[in-house]
Design a binder for this molecule. Sequence first.
Ligand SMILES: [Zn+2]
Length: 318
Amino acid sequence: MKFKYLFIFAYFVLFFPGTKVTLSQDIKKEICITVDDLPYITKVFKEIKSGQYITDKLLSVFGKYKVIALGSVNPGKLFVNDELDSNKINILYQWLDSGMILANHTFAHKNYNKIFFSEFKYDILEGEQYLKDILAKKNQKLKYFRHPHLFRGETKEKADSLQYFLDSLGYTVAPVTIDNSDYIFSWAYEKALYKKNDSLAKKIGNDYVKYMNDVMDYYESQSISLLGYNVKHILLTHANMLNADYMEELLQMYTEKGYSFISIDNALEDNCYHNLKDEFYKKSGISWIHRWAYTMGKRGDFFKGEPEVPEYINELVK
Ligand SMILES: [Zn+2]
């Protein structure tokens, strides 16, 4: 730094102590929004009317913020009394007509930690069978796979078997960098709505946005400390009541932080998704940043500081 610039810098720090002296304006900020468990997922409001409400609100906000989201589908949820339900299929058509991309999230969202690969692979194939037909009606092809619970296999053998199988079917895995507990907040939120406790529902919604703000800051700093730059982020959310009501506030929060919204295709142009190894063979479903960190030998302190769900929310869902 030349002397003159050093002087100007010192002047700002001394006379504007509130000025944040960071290089944050130089950090690239891009984020891909993904929404899991389509057509929709709720614990309380299971009727189609709620599913339609969730869909309409999410898609209208995505349109407003020019978001091309990835929606991960569990075709098993398209059935009512063992028959495909046209209202639920229409929800997926609505996603496609709005320019969104759909991924296979397996037929029944089984827990890969609890079953053999031989069983899990049929859940992938069954999901694919229904989803391919739906996409074909809109002249689209199935490309992406999202792991249920972000479980990739708790042993090297299981992880490799699954990855080879996905490769053989031509899938591109849709990773996640920003993992979070939106589903816990949503469960608490639905309980508050069900009890018609509007002030509690509003508090949960506001605390959710604050939590997601902290989660974004956390993974931004994790990315920079691990990789030396801010990755093209991929956010995990779910097609639930809470995100229907608060997605706009989330997108506004990301916008105010300087983030622009990118598609999954664009996010995966970041080389880290192709060059970095994941040798995290454990039962947890975690961020890819943490998978890479673990593989690179990071332990303990590196992972500290992840924002936590407020205690009253955990109590509400007990
Ligand atoms: Zn899921």
